[in-house]
Design a protein around this ligand. Structure first.
Ligand code: FE
Length: 206
C-alpha cells in the first residue's frame, strides 16, 4: 500500500533531519579541523562518546538488483582489474560499532559494465561482532557520465536503509560528477599490486 510506505519514508527523513540539526556546533568545528589533519591517513575508528556525522545518502541509481547472494569476495574467475580490499567499520553516531549490519555492495566491473544477468560484482554481507566488514573486490571501471564509484545499501537491525556511494581520491571526473561528495571519499593505501580502501559508515538508528 503506497500511503503507509510513503509516510514511513517521510518519518525517517524527518528523524534524520532532526538528528543532523541537533549536531552540536562545537562538534562541527572540530570535524573541519580534523579533516585537515587526517588527509592522506587511514581513518582510525572514532572514539566512543563522539557525535559523528551521518554518512550522506546517495541515490541507489538504476543498476541495483535485489536478492544479491551472501558474498564478501567478488574476485570470481573472469573478474579482472586491480584487486581492492574495501574495509572499515559500521558505527552509530556515538562511535559505537554496529554488529550484524547488512551491507549490500554492487559496482561496475573493470570495463565499466554492470551485470544484469547474474550477480557479478554484487553481494551482501553482515558486519562482524566489532562492526567490521571486508569486501575483496576490484577497482570499478568508468562508464559514461559518472566518476569511479562503488554502490552500497546498509541497514542496521530495525534501522532505516541507507543507500550511498563511495568515491576514489584524485579522480579527474570527481569535479564534474554532480553526485560526488567529498565526505564519501575512500582512503586508499597501496600494498604491492593490490590496494586497501577504507571507509567507516555512520548509521542513524531508531
Ligand atoms: Fe553506478
Amino acid at each position: 500500500m503506497a500511503e503507509p510506505v510513503s509516510s514511513a519514508v517521510s518519518r525517517r527523513r524527518f528523524l534524520y533531519a532532526v538528528a543532523v540539526a541537533a549536531a552540536p556546533v562545537a562538534f562541527l568545528a572540530r570535524v573541519k579541523t580534523s579533516l585537515g589533519q587526517d588527509q592522506g591517513e587511514l581513518d582510525p575508528t572514532p572514539a566512543a562518546g563522539e557525535k559523528l556525522k551521518l554518512t550522506p545518502e546517495e541515490t541507489a541509481g538504476p543498476f541495483f538488483k535485489p536478492n544479491s547472494p551472501a558474498k564478501n569476495n567478488f574476485r570470481d574467475p573472469g573478474v579482472t582489474g586491480t584487486p581492492m580490499r574495501l574495509t572499515g567499520t559500521v558505527l552509530d553516531r556515538r562511535g559505537k560499532p554496529i554488529p550484524n549490519a547488512l551491507l549490500d555492495f554492487w559496482h561496475a566491473d573493470a570495463n565499466g559494465e554492470y551485470d544484469f544477468n547474474g550477480f557479478r560484482c554484487r553481494g551482501h554481507q553482515f558486519s562482524d561482532s566489532d562492526g567490521k566488514y571486508v569486501l575483496e573486490t576490484v577497482m570499478p571501471g568508468l562508464y559514461p557520465g559518472r566518476t569511479r564509484h562503488y554502490h552500497v545499501r546498509l541497514q542496521a537491525a530495525h534501522g532505516p536503509i541507507l543507500s550511498t556511494q563511495l568515491y576514489f581520491p584524485a579522480e579527474v571526473r570527481n569535479s564534474t560528477d554532480s553526485l560526488f561528495k567529498p565526505e564519501l571519499l575512500l582512503k586508499i593505501r597501496e600494498s604491492g599490486a593490490s590496494r586497501v580502501a577504507v571507509f567507516n559508515f555512520v548509521l542513524g538508528t531508531i
